[in-house]
Design a protein around this ligand. Structure first.
Ligand code: FES
Ligand SMILES: [Fe+2]
Length: 330
């Protein structure tokens, strides 16, 4: 099998590439954001990020769910943090207030131009997994995730509607977000790195399927199913523990990435099963992260221009790099 050329090493190190990615990649696609049960009740809000963009998701008193850019129209401060129960959102800087539909309620001691409001973005909850997209023409998420949702039900036997978020664990990784994405969308390294934690992964019966902006990977014998949603959302489903692990890989800067692992379980899963699954997955991730950091030091070293991918074993990174290149070089 002949190798495929990978993207250039300096795409992992140049701040101007990350700036372009924020505009053309993170600003354009659906991303996992967090737990929609935080906005289950009327008059509630929660916050999150789409790449660099702070967002706020609200449920108004009529029960309508909305997403907005969480940046004040006055001078650009972040309006609200965390989550809570409120009828209006007050910016902490000079106190401008917004209604839960994003329209301006009051500008402190002045009048703002007509129509000033927090810009709207698209939000969708799949069960209680919350996704957001800042593109004006966001595609229907349930359609985008169709194959993954089917396999989650049929291969893993997990019912997304019955999941609840039990734990969130943060990791700050000293690597560009793309090095982290790529690590988690190939199992070429699995036999060498995860021989004990993931026996059989990456071999016979491990299937990778590429769709337009998604990939699914599954292994029936382990009731395992995986989603990669371009650019940075990854979801692993482990049917044997009725568990789903969701995360968006958020760039901190061009050489650091925040990985928050959200551990969801069927509501009847015991604390013991939960603990075992979390400890095991944290061990797997602990095997991966030093390798992502090693790639970052290599691509930053001046001694590497670009590499080569295995066209089948690394169909995942190859697909990711094709979508990324198309977005950056158009
Ligand atoms: S920046 Fe929000 S009120 Fe001034
Ligand atoms: Fe790995």
């Amino acid at each position: 099998l002949s190798a495929v050329e990978s993207i250039p090493a300096d795409w992992y190190t140049r701040p101007e590439i990350l700036a372009l990615e924020h505009e053309r990649v993170f600003g354009q696609h659906w991303q996992y954001v967090g737990d929609a049960s935080l906005v289950a009740e009327p008059n509630s809000y929660m916050t999150g990020r789409l790449g660099a963009m702070p967002i706020v998701v609200t449920r108004d008193d009529a029960g309508v769910l909305r997403g907005m850019v969480n940046v004040c129209r006055h001078r650009g401060a972040v309006v609200v943090d965390g989550c809570g129960s409120r009828k209006t959102l007050q910016c902490r800087y000079h106190g401008w207030t917004y209604r839960l539909d994003g329209t301006l309620h009051r500008a402190t001691q002045m009048s703002a131009p007509e129509g000033v409001r927090l810009p709207q973005i698209s939000v969708t909850a799949v069960g209680n997994l919350l996704f957001a997209c800042a593109a004006p023409d966001a595609p229907d998420l349930e359609v985008v995730l169709g194959q993954f949702l089917e396999q989650t039900r049929d291969v893993a036997g997990v019912d997304i509607q019955r999941l609840e978020l039990r734990q969130s664990i943060d990791h700050e990784i000293q690597a560009n977000w793309k090095a982290v994405v790529e690590n988690f969308v190939e199992c070429y390294h699995c036999p060498l790195i995860h021989s004990v934690t993931l026996p059989g992964y990456g071999g016979e019966g491990y299937d990778v399927e590429i769709q337009e902006t998604t990939q699914t990977q599954h292994m029936e014998s382990d009731r395992f199913n995986f989603l990669f949603l371009f650019p940075n959302t990854q979801v692993s489903v482990y049917g044997n523990s009725s568990a789903l692990i969701a995360r968006a890989l958020v760039p901190v800067d061009e050489k650091r990435t925040l990985l928050t692992l959200d551990y969801w379980f069927h509501s009847d899963v015991s604390a013991e099963v939960e603990k075992e699954l979390v400890e095991w997955f944290e061990t797997v991730v602990g095997e991966d992260l030093p390798l992502c950091e090693s790639v970052q030091s290599g691509v930053s070293s001046g001694g590497f221009e670009r590499g080569y991918l295995h066209p089948e074993q690394e169909a995942g990174p190859w697909h990711f790099q094709r979508l990324l290149s198309a977005a950056l070089t158009d």
